[in-house]
Design a protein around this ligand. Structure first.
Ligand SMILES: C[S@@+](CC[C@H](N)C(=O)[O-])C[C@H]1O[C@@H](n2cnc3c(N)ncnc32)[C@H](O)[C@@H]1O
Length: 219
């Protein structure tokens, strides 16, 4: 993996800048940014987040741990940590993991974010094997890349860059099997609103948003 200090127009790779680590590929540029999400992290806003609703377990007798098995740039994990969950994040792509690690380190130095990100622990590895080492996770969250859409303009810039790094996941069956084998209380899967069930497995119930759906498998 290339990591340099000068942001050269013609190069593709990771660049260290004063604002943090950036990945650049042609016109596309991506950097993790948790400060931008601060407004979404208030108690009032979090209570409307469908992901948080999907992960809440009523009358839990201990602080709950969510394994985010497909962490990406960690935005969903940040929402979960802000809502009080401990979050174990797995990211297997080394470029995305480097961006995420840099984002977490910067957030640790921000007084509004440090307490939240202290509940987030990054594993730079594949969750299909890594899940075996997590003792009794309460909830496993899966958000593998959505299948490519026909109109690429509909794909957010962030995902255009992620698409250049990793094609949509083709080992969804192994990911779901690893999650089931870890025996959590619940598996939550993010899908496009009209998308097929992950690996064809019908969930216990779904929570629908405007564009996405959270499929909940209760074990
Ligand atoms: C759609 S993105 C996740 C976005 C994330 N929920 C967020 O809020 O930023 C999917 C990510 O999962 C990662 N991924 C897919 N399969 C994985 C696996 N088995 N283990 C670890 N990471 C995986 C991909 O590299 C990609 O970065």
């Amino acid at each position: 993996m290339k990591e340099t200090d000068s942001l050269n127009d013609n190069e593709t790779g990771l660049f260290k800048t004063e604002e943090g680590l950036i990945y650049k590929n042609g016109d596309l540029m991506i950097k993790g940014d948790f400060e931008r999400m601060l407004k979404r992290l208030t108690h009032a806003n979090l209570s409307h987040e469908l992901l948080i609703k999907a992960c809440r377990i009523k009358n839990a007798d201990h602080p709950l741990t969510v394994v985010d098995a497909t962490a990406g740039l960690g935005e969903d994990a940040l929402l979960l940590a802000a809502a009080g969950f401990n979050v174990e994040l797995f990211e297997r792509d080394e470029v995305i993991a480097a961006l995420l690690k840099d984002t977490l380190n910067r957030a640790l130095k921000n007084e509004k974010l440090s307490f939240i990100v202290s509940r987030m622990h990054l594993h730079e590895e594949d969750s299909i094997s890594g899940l075996k080492d997590i003792k009794t996770p309460d909830i496993i969250y899966l958000d593998p890349m959505f299948p490519a859409r026909s109109k690429s303009s509909l794909v957010k810039k962030k995902f255009q860059v992620i698409h250049t790094l990793e094609a949509p996941a083709e080992d969804e069956d192994k990911l779901l099997s690893a999650a089931l084998a870890a025996k959590p209380q619940r598996i939550i899967i993010k899908r496009p609103l009209k998308g097929a069930f992950l690996n064809g497995v019908k969930p216990s119930y779904s929570i629908n948003g405007k564009t996405v759906r959270y499929d909940c498998i209760v074990l």
